[in-house]
Design a protein around this ligand. Structure first.
Ligand code: 8YV
Length: 323
């Protein structure tokens, strides 16, 4: 008998057909009002789950006694209690590597857009204000040759370092759990304490996974260490930053600006103070959101799921201690 899986993130037709050829698929559209109820109804018979952006808590897992694997279409695994899944004998898989370059591109897009005020000034042109050559009131700030501070030197952090050093001639500083000699050798990167990085960097880019040790990592104290002309870029998770402290720092121009792709609450509320600030570029968690990369992530998740359901060790198994 075919194993049964619950799919809660849409797949391309080709991938869905590949999946349906091997397992029985129940599709649950979580965007619909009854999505969670339908998910709960499907869990008791499920051997596998495939999706993302859903907090898979113990109450939901208690409904799935036959569950063997959760295949997340994400590299971040903060939506899951890894230890609880391990205790339950449920494998968790993710999709690293395939999204590294795309997410680093997003980080640099936000860095450049914030530094050069692209979103603000594009709106200014659209609103018909461009009547003469620009003056200092509309100038941005340079990126090339500046100091790029990367908090978290994993795959995405290293891809950012490459862009900064090789692409923009930037001096790369970084802070991570441990020094990365290969990054220092390749990109001339310098390991710093977090405080030193915050005090020296012109651009502070957050790429750490969200965990107990990184939640609230950047608060009022840390923002106060940054240079007034510095820009914060967050492509990690919203909860890595004290959002209220950031809003206060941005309003006071304590830092120049922020390029943010992730937020404490997503979708970001339309009345968020962050959207009232002209020194903020806010994007809707588009880190990995390209056609090519999302298809590659979904394919990776399908491969992980099918491997696990056939009794093999999946290629991207997440075990306790992963973060
Ligand atoms: C989205 C991400 O969560 O991979 C991650 O951890 O944050 C993003 O890629 C993911 O794309 C949702 O499907």
């Amino acid at each position: 008998m075919k194993k049964r899986i619950v799919l809660y993130k849409r797949l391309s037709e080709g991938l869905l057909a590949q999946l349906q050829a091997q397992v029985e698929v129940t599709w649950v559209d979580m965007a619909k009002p009854d999505g969670l109820a339908r998910l709960r109804d499907a869990l008791p018979g499920a051997h596998g789950l495939l999706g993302a952006s859903l907090r898979l808590d113990s109450a939901l897992l208690d409904l799935a006694p036959q569950l063997e694997v959760v295949a997340s279409v994400s590299v971040g695994v903060d939506n899951y209690d890894i230890n609880d899944l391990h205790r339950r004998g449920v494998m968790l898989t993710n999709t690293p590597d395939v999204l590294t370059e795309t997410t680093a591109d997003t980080g640099f897009a936000l860095l450049l857009a914030t530094a050069r005020r692209v979103v603000e000034l594009a709106g200014w042109v659209r609103d018909g204000h461009w009547q003469a050559s620009l003056g200092p009131a509309h100038f941005g700030t340079d990126v090339h040759g500046k100091r790029l501070g990367i908090v978290g030197m994993g795959r995405i952090g290293e891809a950012l370092a490459r862009r900064g050093a090789a692409g923009f001639g930037m001096q790369v500083l970084y802070h991570s759990q441990r020094p990365k000699p290969q990054v220092e050798a390749r990109y001339g990167a310098r390991y710093c304490t977090l405080d030193a990085l915050l005090g020296e960097a012109d651009y502070v880019c957050l790429t750490v996974p969200l965990s107990a040790s990184t939640e609230g990592l950047i608060g009022a104290r840390e923002l106060g260490l940054m240079k007034p002309e510095a820009i914060l870029v967050n492509i990690a998770r919203g909860r890595v930053v004290d959002e209220a402290a950031l809003i206060k720092a941005l309003r006071a121009r304590r830092i120049r600006g922020a390029g943010l792709d992730v937020f404490v609450q997503e979708p970001l509320a339309q009345d968020s103070p962050l959207l009232q600030l002209d020194n903020v570029v806010a994007t809707p968690h588009i880190g990995s959101a390209t056609h090519e990369t999302r298809e590659a992530m979904a394919r990776c998740a399908v491969d992980n799921l099918l491997a696990a359901l056939s009794g093999q060790r999946p290629p991207n198994l997440v075990t306790p201690g992963y973060i």
